[in-house]
Design a protein around this ligand. Structure first.
Ligand SMILES: NC(=O)c1ccc[n+]([C@@H]2O[C@H](COP(=O)([O-])OP(=O)(O)OC[C@H]3O[C@@H](n4cnc5c(N)ncnc54)[C@H](OP(=O)(O)O)[C@@H]3O)[C@@H](O)[C@H]2O)c1
Length: 418
């Protein structure tokens, strides 16, 4: 392993920035390697903090220390990069750094989704700066695109595949006709899914990312629980076959949408996706985001959503942005929209439990197949939010067709597509 040290004669005109790196796992090591390959990038890792003293590491032991507080106190560090896997500890560190007016880069989407309003407030009070491009879709530059480029343009919709692990499982099920458990086992073997896959497969991880996107795309600061997240743990080969029979694929899609009345809604669920959508071709571990802007029209970004180098690339981009004085503006938060959940969602539900169908209280059923145990129809979004844990517990599988409508309106004329 090479050693990233201060360049002796950097061609960079300004003094290289001293980076304090907290966490040396997948992302931390990825960043280290990128900077090692680019000694003139203008940054070098001055100090590294990790947690476990006796772990075997690819760098000499003297490169590591174990007290993150010491980095907060080190005024010679120009920027702190927080890439640890503990959301509570990450929040304590990042919040304290911002209180002290420090520049911070983080990749921790779970921590950010839970604490964003507080962190934005701390930046305002403490004059610190926080950037987090790596937290959403790894290498895809979506946060900065929304915050800076589209700061003045309204967006009607944002749809994205924000989780590579579940996308890999769905892709392999589609390719092989295999069941969920074998596709998941393969994803784990190949390093595309965690040993505990629940955050990814249960759509908790993409929900955190959707919360961050909502802040930048619409100025809507949401708590994660407000956003419906349904996962793929209950999926079976028959569901993939149902989608294929209609020329579609099942993808876990985060959908952020401005409604005709100006309110905004966010849903993160499996969804039928047809070939007309750029997301149809986002397969395996890739992520993709389609944004629809009022004047620019449709734009599509696709790329690697995880992994040391793709995620390290986004951290490096944040470091460079900080160096240029960039900060997030959250412009749309000056006039935040109302969040809407009084909607009806059209779903395909497969369950062998009649009580689930009763619980969801369909307002309209358009298709019912006893043999395959599925129902297609409209249910209240609030029912799905209220009963999501029960749905998960009983292995019910739900896919959105993409259609939404105001609650209690049976007329197709008032429908708006999602
Ligand atoms: N992996 C990805 O592709 C990816 C993509 C986007 C975002 N992220 C986010 O990036 C963050 C890091 O992910 P990762 O995959 O790099 O994690 P990881 O491989 O599990 O590594 C975590 C690192 O954090 C260190 N650590 C944990 N608690 C610490 C503490 N209290 N003080 C100091 N160091 C501590 C660990 O130390 P030891 O080495 O001593 O165990 C380890 O080096 C997470 O928030 C994750 O959600 C990851």
């Amino acid at each position: 392993m090479p050693t990233n040290t201060a360049p002796v004669s950097a061609s960079f005109v300004a003094r290289p920035w001293r980076v304090g790196l907290i966490g040396f796992g997948c992302v931390g090591q990825g960043l280290y390697e990128l900077l090692d390959q680019q000694p003139d990038a203008g940054f070098y890792i001055a100090r590294i903090v990790v947690k476990t003293p006796d772990k075997v590491r690819p760098l000499p032991a003297e490169r590591f220390e174990f007290d993150a507080e010491a980095l907060l106190n080190d005024e010679t560090l120009d920027v702190l990069v927080e890439v640890i896997d503990d959301a509570d500890a990450a929040f304590r560190l990042v919040a304290e750094a911002l209180r002290r007016g420090r520049r911070v880069v983080t990749a921790n989407k779970a921590m950010l989704a839970r604490h964003l309003p507080e962190l934005v407030q701390l930046q305002r009070e403490g004059q610190g700066t926080l950037l987090y491009e790596a937290a959403v879709c790894g290498s895809i530059p979506i946060i900065r695109t929304l915050d800076a480029y589209f700061s003045a343009e309204p967006l009607s919709r944002l749809t994205g595949i924000l989780n590579g692990s579940s996308n890999y499982v769905l892709t392999r099920m589609g390719e092989e006709g295999s069941e969920y458990s074998s596709a998941l086992a393969e994803a784990q073997e190949r390093g595309f899914a965690e040993t505990d896959p629940s955050l990814d497969m249960g759509a908790f991880d993409p929900r955190s990312k959707a919360v961050l996107l909502a802040a930048h795309a619409y100025g809507a600061f949401l708590q994660p629980e407000q956003v419906l997240n349904l996962g793929i743990e209950g999926i079976s080969a028959v569901d993939i076959a149902f989608a294929a029979s209609q020329g579609q694929k099942i993808k876990v899609v985060a959908g952020l949408q401005r409604l005709p009345d100006g309110r905004v809604t966010v849903l993160v669920t499996p969804q039928l996706v047809g070939p007309e959508s750029p997301l149809y071709a986002v397969d395996h571990e890739f992520n993709g985001v389609v944004l629809e802007a009022d004047f620019a029209g449709e734009q599509f970004l696709r790329g690697r959503g995880a992994g040391g180098h793709p995620t390290g690339s986004a951290v490096l981009a944040d470091l460079a942005a900080l160096r240029q004085g960039f900060t997030y503006q959250y412009s749309k938060a000056a006039n935040p929209p109302t969040y809407a959940s009084d909607l009806e969602v059209e779903i395909y539900l497969r369950t062998d439990e009649d009580r689930i169908i009763d619980l969801l209280d369909f307002s309209e059923i358009s298709e019912e197949a006893d043999e395959d145990e599925y129902v297609v129809g409209y249910v209240a979004l609030e029912n799905l939010i209220r009963h999501r844990d029960t749905l998960r517990k009983y292995g019910a599988f739900i896919v959105r067709t993409g259609r939404l409508r105001p609650i209690s309106v049976a007329s197709l004329a008032e429908e708006f597509s999602a």
